[in-house]
Design a protein around this ligand. Structure first.
Ligand code: SF4
Length: 420
């Protein structure tokens, strides 16, 4: 077992919040918080979905009882339901998932089950929205806990991006240059709301993942003189830097300031305008942690996620998506020591799965993703048992006027294969 609960027991006093030991329902009462974990200091937008109180019977049930109830409900529902689990989910959830993967793989997995009436997405809100956009007509997508958002996705909202776009249009105009490239192409990371994916679809833009970000930037540079990249500054910076874009041509856009806090010349010279967003999980990784790992484990192989800050990516041996990390560990033929910079549930699962290697998380403090933590077997049992009764709870529905352009941007993403 490598669940949050077990992690806490195995490392008493070494967690980022004592509240991690509480059930996620403790935080469902409209509190303005993502809950304990890496995002606990971030500000949750007032319009974010709230989760109503989980019925008490699910809060009080033992873990074993919940597992039994989930198994029985899944058996009764058979092929009518499919459960998707993200790599960052706790083990008590992952053990019930029909598919395990990153957001991109799960979006694809959702498309491979056209006969399932319901897709229960054990991940976060933007992933369930994407699954709904790509789902078959008549399929419902369910997020077991509506408060499972993503603090990074919440850092770029549609109003702020529309406002930035208007300011940039005023500065650049809208006419293409002599090679037919428009002044700016919007690129949104998969970790963003459906509204932003729709914005990109409407404005000649595209969605990227951490696997295909370089291919997507190439696609965008063929069509535009520059890119507005949101919400993750780090993925944008790390990817563009690796492609040779100088840092001074990557200004940051702060949505609370006129021109994003830049002067006109800086924006005219820009190749990639980076939105002021970040992942609070990956921001915890530091160069000091890497130096300590190297000092204590000579020969250690350090792999980090590209949502980590640039100095961390530069100091690591490799950087790549969760899928890249998993494949790198699986492909190692000799016993190897790995120090990994990504969410702790995934790192500990890798350690359990590949005992021939020594695998540890670069961050010594147990601090999972606050919003992934919100999905607990109690909520999974609740939504599955409701489906057995013919009730659909917590359905995520993207309106057609958003879904249609978002699908355009997602299809462009699907066509942009990761670099070999
Ligand atoms: S790990 Fe970071 S990007 Fe992923 S869901 Fe959590 S806050 Fe969002």
């Amino acid at each position: 077992m490598t669940s949050v609960d077990t992690l806490i027991k195995s490392a008493p006093g070494d967690t980022c919040s004592p509240a991690l030991a509480d059930g996620p329902w403790t935080f469902d009462l409209g509190l303005p918080s993502y809950g304990p974990g890496a995002s606990q200091g971030d500000i949750i937008p007032t319009g974010s979905p709230r989760q109503g109180q989980l019925p008490v019977e699910y809060q009080r049930a033992s873990t074993e009882e919940l597992h039994d109830r989930i198994r029985v409900a899944k058996q009764e529902l058979g092929d009518r339901v499919v459960v998707l689990g993200h790599f960052y989910q706790r083990d008590e959830i992952v053990q019930h998932a029909d598919f395990l993967g990153d957001s991109f793989q799960l979006a694809n997995a959702a498309q491979t089950v056209p006969n399932a009436e319901a897709i229960v997405f054990c991940g976060v809100h933007f992933m369930a929205e994407t699954a709904d956009i790509l789902a078959q007509p008549g399929q419902s997508v369910i997020l077991p806990n509506l408060a499972a958002g993503c603090s990074m996705a919440d850092m770029a909202d549609i109003d702020s991006v529309e406002e930035a776009w208007a300011q940039l249009a005023e500065l650049y105009g809208t006419e293409p240059d002599e090679s037919g490239r428009v002044p700016v192409i919007p690129v949104t990371y998969m970790n963003s709301s459906a509204a932003l994916k729709g914005f990109c679809g409407r404005n000649g833009g595209i969605v990227c993942t951490s696997s295909n970000a370089a291919t997507v930037l190439e696609w965008a540079f063929e069509r535009g003189q520059r890119v507005l990249f949101f919400p993750d500054q780090h993925l944008g910076r790390n990817t563009a830097k690796a492609m040779g874009v100088p840092l001074e041509q990557m200004p940051m856009w702060n949505p609370n300031k006129p021109l994003g806090g830049n002067d006109e010349q800086g924006l005219l010279d820009a190749r990639v305008i980076l939105w002021h967003g970040f992942c609070s999980v990956h921001r915890r990784f530091t160069v000091d942690q890497i130096e300590k790992a190297r000092a204590e484990h000579p020969g250690v192989r350090v792999i980090v996620h590209p949502e980590c800050p640039m100095p961390v990516v530069d100091a690591a041996d490799e950087a790549g998506s969760t899928d890249y990390i998993r494949k790198a560990v699986a492909a190692a033929t000799e016993p190897t020591t790995f120090a990994i910079g990504t969410e702790i549930n995934m790192v500990n699962r890798l350690a359990a799965e590949f005992p021939q290697h020594e695998i540890f998380c670069l961050d010594p403090v147990v601090c999972p993703c606050s919003t992934m933590y919100r999905i607990h077997p109690g909520y999974l049992a609740w939504v599955l048992e409701a489906l057995v009764r013919g009730e659909t709870l917590n359905q995520i529905t993207v309106p057609d006027d958003v879904a249609e352009p978002a699908r355009v941007a997602l299809e462009r993403m699907l066509a942009a294969k990761p670099r070999a």
